[in-house]
Write a protein that binds this ligand. Structure first.
Ligand SMILES: [Zn+2]
Length: 292
């Protein structure tokens, strides 16, 4: 699909890509995103949960914001953790998001510096790692329950036994409690690298100035000497029918679910895109003439 011509984009010599777009509604606001093509599907068996763990560690000490100075600096600047500042890790990607006022040059400059720290500036201090293990185990415990057990049981069938069915981002208790700092550092150095990263900046900013700063502070990022290829994993359709019966002492009701598997549609045109969004939002396009 053609890229919006208002987006200023480019790739640095190290492969780091940027997309910058001026948008003045709302005024005096900007949102930065750093997108890493790094998710749980890249984990080996003894790394299960580390992609998500790294996401947490990027808030627990980076080059310019040791310990938890990042959160306290942003909170002093009026950015609330959770509501504004946020991040997620899924099978394929880890994305960090930082919205800021754009009319304070100091804050804008620091915003880009935070993005640079997130790209490859996590300190990964052993004491901070140990502290975070408990936080993540608690996150895992909060999610566990009937729905999670059903998901874990049914994923191998719905994902045709592909590696995706064994890589829920939260990881395994075994890895989360026992991995060594060197293991997370090696995962970090292997995958948090400029040729798998992009910066997105959208807001009430001057794209030419932002581009200049991006070139100045992201060009020194380096790809690892022995770079592993990021494999694209597809899940072939088998055409077979599968059945699964699952009982659970905490099941709140009885359910029958029928799923049909399709080849994932390619997004090539605007109308492909429109269709994707219509399906996702469960709105009937045909009934809503004004939707574009
Ligand atoms: Zn988390």
């Amino acid at each position: 699909m053609p890229l919006d011509p208002a987006v200023r984009t480019g790739k640095l010599a190290n492969g780091f890509t940027y997309f910058i777009r001026r948008n003045t509604n709302p005024e005096k606001r900007v949102v930065f995103y750093i997108v890493n093509k790094v998710g749980s599907v890249l984990e080996k068996e003894d790394q299960r949960g580390l992609a998500h763990f790294l996401e947490h560690m990027n808030f627990n000490g980076t080059t310019h914001y040791p310990k938890n100075e990042l959160i306290s600096y942003l909170e002093r600047s009026g950015v609330a953790f959770g509501a504004d500042l946020n991040a997620y890790t899924n099978f394929n990607e880890t994305v960090y998001q930082l919205p800021l006022p754009s009319d304070d040059p100091e804050l804008l400059k620091n915003g880009l510096q935070i993005m640079r720290d997130w790209a490859h500036g996590a300190l990964l201090e052993p004491a901070e790692i140990d502290r975070e293990r408990g936080v993540i185990l608690e996150e895992k415990r909060m999610r566990s329950g009937f729905d999670q057990r059903l998901l874990e049981k049914s994923l191998p069938m719905s994902l045709n036994n592909s590696i995706y069915s064994r890589r829920l981002p939260i990881g395994t208790e075994q890895v989360l409690t026992t991995f060594k700092p060197a293991q997370i550092k090696s995962f970090y150095d292997q995958w948090y690298r400029p040729d798998l990263q992009a910066l997105i900046v959208v807001g009430d900013i001057d794209p030419a100035r932002i581009e200049k700063s991006v070139r100045a502070i992201f060009s020194d990022l380096k790809n690892p000497a022995k770079e592993q290829q990021r494999q694209k994993i597809s899940i072939p359709l088998t055409g077979d029918e599968h059945f699964l019966k699952y009982t659970d002492a905490e099941a709140p009701d009885s359910r029958i679910t029928i799923s049909y598997k399709f080849r994932s549609p390619m997004l090539r045109t605007r109308s492909d895109y429109r269709e994707k969004y219509c399906e996702a939002s469960l709105i009937s396009c045909s009934l809503s003439g004004s939707m574009t």
